[in-house]
Design a protein around this ligand. Structure first.
Ligand code: SF4
Length: 464
């Protein structure tokens, strides 16, 4: 992937993409604003969400061990994965042990983050996405461009075409004469997926939350595909980031109010699935929880950056971001696009690649993301913090040389006085615009003219 400015420049030339994004983000953000305005205690809920997450992150080791004990006591098995490779190896081994060659998947950012589908495919195992938008992305050989609506960049006509052309390669074909009416498209997906649900013996999921006190995992969704995956197969493997733990059910109550209104603008999401270990004769008989670090403890060690681990992936910040609305999600080169991607990805992956180093600059710092964030992540603060890190790491050769020269002169008062006098005498020759790489800076700024007389000379003449 190229760095963000190059990818965004390409994306903004696509008029269809811009129209799709404008329509979708405006609709969602207006609905969200109405849903949030219904609650008189939204600021208090937001403060509670922030406080619970901060407390949990401060004692993360304690709550993770408590969660592990509870999951194990309920009949589940916990695996710890330090990075993407380890998580992929664990899941592949678990699927192979069942003897199955295919899995159904509930929409999961964590498994996209680690590239699980590709790792399974390399081991000869097919992963079927069952969320409608993820299905569109998978059938279209595409990449997700939004956290909640991964196919937000596609319109109805494009989706109809993808279904008609590609569904047959993955199972039941699209009905003859499929139209682009939303109901017809949903019905085609339902018929296609139903056969996969009934066949699959292994499911892979993520989780929105994990309750430490009982070892309960929670998935919230809108289509019911999650419920099918979580209940029908014999084996369930959940890959979850370690920051998703909350201490108690009482804490969960806060997030089950914050998340639906912030994400889909609903008072309550249609399906909330909760499970605790295994239960004989009810749901999967084997449950594995893979706890994923993959850069999270590095983020946790950063006093300013750790607040991004509060994120509940609602995507409200994407829908209000003027940069996301124009550039779309693909330009961020990560499964986490938009403002949260600009602060999360560089912390998970580091800032050594040109793409990751460019992400903290993919923002106007307008602050709209902070205003809507249900857990009050100060994204602009983290962006500035990460920009400092990138500049410190990389430094610009010219900037470094200029700073070294300034340090040398400012350390020597006689030299500084001589330089000021020389500048005053040659002030008419001073450039209004800088040449070369400095031009971009002076395109939008006036280079100040040196004064006719240095202040120290004026002082000596008048007061000396
Ligand atoms: S940063 Fe805040 S607004 Fe953005 S996805 Fe995360 S929780 Fe939602």
């Amino acid at each position: 992937m190229p760095a963000f400015p190059a990818a965004a420049a390409l994306a903004t030339r696509d008029a269809t993409l811009r129209a799709n994004l404008r329509h979708a983000t405006r609709t969602i953000r207006e609905k969200r604003a109405r849903a949030v305005a219904e609650l008189g205690d939204w600021p208090e809920l937001r403060a509670a969400g922030k406080a619970i997450k901060d407390h949990t992150l401060r004692h993360l080791d304690h709550y993770l061990l408590r969660l592990e004990r509870a999951v194990t006591a309920a009949g589940g098995t916990v695996h710890w994965a330090a990075d993407a490779d380890e998580a992929n190896r664990i899941v592949t081994r678990l699927v192979r042990a069942t003897g199955e060659r295919e899995v159904v998947k509930v929409k999961s950012m964590a498994t996209q983050e680690i590239g699980l589908n590709e790792a399974l495919a390399a081991a000869g195992i097919t992963a079927y996405e069952t969320d409608l938008a993820e299905l569109i992305v998978q059938l279209g050989d595409d990449r997700p461009s939004h956290i909640l609506v991964p196919a937000i960049h596609r319109n109805r006509a494009e989706i109809r075409e993808i279904f008609a052309e590609r569904m047959s390669e993955w199972g039941r074909p699209a009905p003859e004469g499929l139209t682009d009416r939303p109901a017809d498209l949903a019905e085609a997906a339902r018929l296609h997926l139903r056969e996969t649900f009934l066949r699959a013996r292994v499911a892979v999921s993520g989780a929105n939350f994990m309750v430490a006190e009982t070892g309960t995992l929670v998935v919230v969704e809108s289509e019911g595909n999650g419920r099918m995956c979580l209940t029908l197969p014999d084996t369930l493997i959940s890959v979850v980031g370690i920051e998703k733990v909350v201490p108690t059910w009482r804490d969960l109550e806060v997030f089950l109010q914050l998340l639906p209104r912030s994400s889909t603008a609903e008072r309550m999401n249609p399906y909330t699935s909760l499970w605790t270990g295994t239960t004989a004769g009810d749901g999967p008989s084997a449950f594995h929880l893979v706890l994923l670090d993959n850069g999270r403890t590095t983020a946790l060690a950063d006093q300013t950056g750790r607040q991004v681990l509060r994120c509940i992936r609602c995507s409200a910040c994407l829908n209000v971001c003027p940069v996301y609305e124009r550039a779309g999600g693909h330009a961020y080169g990560s499964v986490y696009p938009g403002p949260i991607g600009a602060v999360l990805t560089p912390q998970l992956r580091g800032t050594t690649s040109p793409l990751d180093a460019s992400l903290p600059f993919a923002s106007t710092l307008c602050g709209a993301c902070y205003d809507v964030c249900p857990v009050a992540i100060d994204i602009p603060e983290v962006l500035v913090h990460l920009r400092e890190r990138v500049v410190r790491q990389r430094g610009h050769r010219l900037e470094r040389a200029a700073m070294a020269a300034a340090t040398y002169v400012l350390d020597r008062p006689a030299l500084l006085a001589a330089a000021e006098r020389a500048a005053a005498r040659t002030r008419r020759l001073h450039l209004r615009r800088l040449p070369g790489p400095g031009r971009a800076w002076t395109d939008t700024r006036d280079l100040p003219q040196p004064p006719a007389e240095p202040f120290r000379d004026w002082w000596r003449r008048n007061r000396g």
